[in-house]
Design a protein around this ligand. Structure first.
Ligand code: SF4
Length: 251
């Protein structure tokens, strides 16, 4: 069985890490669930073969901005094999990135739809779809070495992280502390629009952490998170990451 704490540190690059993630079977409950969802399927996707495996991060290896969600959606990422792809959450997120000039197209429907992200990568602290979107603490901790290594490999370029939702925020703080940034004590609280500058422990650049409500259907349908609110956080984070002014800032 793949143990992330043993395998993840050995990944030499992001392509290798992504490949290793997709062969992870470390959490019995999540492996059973992701495969069960792939067998039973939603009626509207009954003719499709589900990915039904762990879903790696997506985006360029020299990203300066990292978006950290919760976990793949059962009929989204778990079906298509790509984060934020094939469901409403992905539609909302990628449309916002496209408006800012950070995605090649406004939709994210399948792993072969041609979508490319520019300077941005998205990932999750848990790489398998959990029942009720609720991974256990043990599952989150088992999966953590993948995110630690992902940040290690992105360290030369990453300058900002957006945590989408409180779960992503809580999960990424110890990862950032372990990866060489100073996390204030007491730990900063999650909030939409929260912004925290993390200085490096030793040499190296600082990193800015942003909080943003998750792009879940519940948040976007109820208006708790509007497209404008999402764009504002992403644009601010992109600027903090040293990105060129976005389309929106240009006018
Ligand atoms: S949640 Fe993470 S550690 Fe658990 S099986 Fe999936 S990829 Fe592996």
């Amino acid at each position: 069985m793949t143990e992330p704490r043993e395998v993840a540190p050995q990944a030499r690059d992001l392509a290798g890490l992504d490949a290793a993630v997709s062969h992870c079977y470390a959490c019995p409950r999540l492996v059973e669930w992701r495969e069960e969802v792939g067998r039973v399927r939603r009626r509207s996707f009954a003719d499709q073969a589900y990915w039904a495996r762990a879903v790696p991060g997506f985006g360029p290896a020299d990203a300066s901005l990292l978006l950290v969600g919760l976990a793949p959606a059962a009929h989204g990422g778990n079906r298509t094999g790509r984060m934020f792809t094939g469901d409403r959450s992905g539609d909302v997120l990628v449309a916002a990135l496209h408006e800012l000039g950070l995605a090649s197209q406004p939709t994210s429907t399948s792993s072969d739809d041609g979508l490319r992200l520019h300077g941005v990568r998205f990932t999750a602290p848990v790489h398998c779809a959990p029942p009720d979107n609720k991974p256990t603490t043990a599952e989150r901790d088992t999966c953590r070495p993948w995110l630690v290594r992902e940040l290690d490999l992105l360290r030369p370029t990453v300058r900002a992280v957006v945590a989408l939702g409180a779960f992503g925020w809580q999960a990424v703080l110890p990862v950032l502390a372990g990866a060489g940034w100073t996390v204030p004590r007491p730990r900063p609280a999650f909030g939409h629009g929260a912004r925290v500058l993390l200085e490096p422990v030793a040499d190296g650049p600082a990193l800015t952490l942003f909080g943003c409500y998750h792009v879940s259907q519940q948040n976007t349908f109820t208006g708790r998170l509007t497209p404008a609110m999402l764009r504002d956080v992403l644009a601010e984070a992109w600027q903090a990451a040293g990105g060129e002014p976005t389309r929106r800032h240009q006018g």
